[in-house]
Write a protein that binds this ligand. Structure first.
Ligand code: ARG
Length: 586
């Protein structure tokens, strides 16, 4: 399976070698899209100086030696020495026919690698915020894509399920009772639960004399100690908290269509048992040293103000372990136990320093060999209309489920307007698919490390670079096939390429495999979004100019139906890799 450019390149290289000498075979032939033809070869301009000839003459010599029989209809030297090539319709049709016959629609199967992907990672008894939304959506698209490319993806949901606040949270859970309405908040509005515990704790701190107010803070502190000591009753209570939070996370995941399950949970607490020995090892190796009572790693190249070295603290002076220690454990586990070839951390951009220090420490310790590539897929901020981190009007963090409900509501208004003929249940399903798709697409269509403004009205629009616009292409093709009582999957008639819009569409379709491979190689789902958006535009141009069911002849009609069927497969596959559903009708 090859794209036109890939097929053309060796032919141009041979022509350059024949025209200018073998030593030029490896020179970049400089193939570019052209305004006047399908491709432009700019090598003549690039090489003219070296061969000491005017570019137009060089171009003419290359053209003389160029064998594009059956591949190009027209070869022309233009301007100062460009070579314009126009593909033959038959050749394009033959290439597309191969893609149509391919179960994978041109997507390559890469050599299988083990790729743990750390994404989502919300915190127990806390609301997932829009930052978590983004790592969840981007991470899931990468997991789906890398899996489709043939890799062994190991999803790692590193939830925040350990630390000092759990003393206070457990005591609060005990106070309200695990079957109470307050406990239920952990599932519906976790921040409210957390806040209630925090308020109680802070009040107790201020109470005079210390320790009154039911000793809540004293109990909380004792509880942390019991938790860390592995007291079974305390662990059981902690597990209840975690389980309630899991219910909340899973509700969000199923609403969003995220592929994470409980089997993918690998929270901070998973590593508890190894943290002590991990620290001992680093200390014994001389990599970690005591400083002000804390066990620290000092690394070259990490200095703060006034050139002071920045420590990576791996054991605090009170003996506790933090985020750095657990992340040392994650990298060691993923390399050693999961046998990772690459490790992806889909995490907020501000955590770059943390990750780099962790990885450098792991390299020093021999836990991260040079042939394993750790990647920080940096997640940028989601902003409100005021261009500050998205908050509610009252300044509180947004509740994710409410945001998603609002997206579905807005999509419902759009579909109510567009399709008043449909019945309620159908409209409800479509509204969910569009609303959620819109939010996910908005997240995915910008580079993952750049900021974007969260604007629901723009996201759910049926026009513009939106999820619904892409979903609409699928619905439209379904409706064409519904009219002929057929399934697009069964349409296999030969494809002919004639009209300019057919040529453009065919060429775009041939690029699908390369784009998916790029997303997997560069960890950039927005490239697939851009590709699918262009596909949607190219399809619309085709559909406006080339009648399908009313084509002039049966052959053309069948061919155009086949073309629609390939668009359908590429679009649904692409949307699926991004994690978007495609509604039956819109
Ligand atoms: N729980 C963290 C947060 O909410 C993210 C954890 C990311 N994963 C990791 N291995 N550090 O910010």
């Amino acid at each position: 399976m090859v794209s036109p450019l890939v097929a053309l390149t060796p032919r141009v290289q041979s022509a350059i070698a024949a025209a200018l000498g073998e030593s030029f075979r490896e020179a970049d032939p400089v193939l570019r899209p052209s305004q006047f033809a399908d491709v432009q070869v700019n090598a003549a301009l690039a090489l003219a100086k070296q061969v000491g000839m005017p570019p137009r003459e060089v171009a003419a010599k290359i053209v003389d030696a160029l064998d594009v029989d059956g591949v190009c209809d027209a070869v022309e030297v233009s301007g100062p020495g460009f070579i314009n090539l126009t593909f033959s319709n038959a050749w394009l049709a033959a290439l597309l026919q191969e893609v149509a016959a391919d179960e994978r629609t041109g997507v390559p199967l890469q050599e299988r690698e083990n790729i743990p992907i750390d994404y989502s990672a919300p915190n127990v008894a806390k609301e997932m915020h829009v930052g978590h939304l983004r790592t969840t959506v981007v991470g899931d698209a990468l997991a789906r894509t890398l899996e489709h490319l043939g890799h062994n993806v190991v999803r790692q949901n590193h939830i925040g399920d350990w630390g000092t606040p759990f003393g206070m949270l457990i005591e609060h859970l005990l106070d309200v009772g695990k079957d109470s309405a307050e406990a239920e908040l952990l599932v519906t509005d976790p921040n409210a639960f957390y806040q209630a515990a925090r308020v109680k704790f802070d009040l107790a701190e201020k109470a005079e004399p210390a320790g009154s107010a039911g000793d809540f803070n004293t109990r909380a502190r004792t509880r942390v100690v019991a938790l860390q000591a592995g007291d079974p009753d305390t662990l059981a209570l902690w597990q209840e908290l975690v389980d309630l939070s899991k219910t909340y996370f899973n509700k969000v995941y199923s609403t969003l269509g995220i592929t994470l399950t409980d089997l993918d949970l690998a929270g901070e607490s998973t590593y508890n048992a190894v943290l002590g020995s991990l620290c001992d090892e680093l200390e014994a190796a001389g990599i970690a040293t005591m400083s002000d009572g804390a066990l620290c790693v000092f690394l070259d190249g990490y200095t703060g103000r006034e050139g002071k070295p920045v420590p990576l603290i791996i054991r605090k002076s009170d003996g506790g372990y933090g985020y750095a220690t657990t992340d040392l454990a994650t990298i060691r586990y993923r390399v050693h136990d999961l046998k990772a070839h690459r490790v992806l951390y889909v995490i907020g951009a501000p955590q770059a320093l943390h990750l780099n220090m962790v990885w450098d420490t792991a390299r020093k310790a021999g836990w991260l060999p040079d042939d394993v590539v750790p990647v920080h897929v940096q997640i940028g901020n989601v902003l409100g209309e005021d261009r500050k981190i998205l908050k509610t009007r009252s300044g509180k963090p947004l509740r994710l489920m409410m945001l998603l409900d609002e997206a579905v509501e807005k999509a419902r208004a759009v579909i109510d307007e567009a399709r008043p003929d449909l019945d309620d249940a159908v409209k409800a399903t479509i509204a969910r698919q569009i609303g959620i798709g819109a939010v996910k697409y908005a997240d995915l269509s910008v580079a993952h490390n750049s900021e974007y403004v969260f604007d629901l009205d723009r996201m759910v629009a049926l026009t513009g670079n939106t999820g619904p616009y892409l979903q609409y292409v699928v619905a439209r093709i379904r409706s064409i096939f519904r009219q002929v009582a057929m399934d697009p999957a069964d349409q296999r008639a030969p494809i002919r390429v004639g009209e300019p819009q057919e040529r453009a569409l065919a060429q775009h379709l041939l690029g699908f495999g390369d784009v998916v491979a790029e997303v997997g190689d560069e960890y950039e789902p927005h490239r697939l979004c851009a590709y699918l958006f262009e596909l949607a535009q190219s399809f619309s141009a085709f559909y406006e100019n080339c009648p399908v069911l009313k084509a002039d002849s049966d052959d053309v009609r069948e061919s155009r139906l086949s073309l629609c069927a390939v668009v359908f497969r590429v679009m649904t596959t692409g949307l699926d890799l991004l994690g978007l559903e495609a509604p039956d009708q819109m």
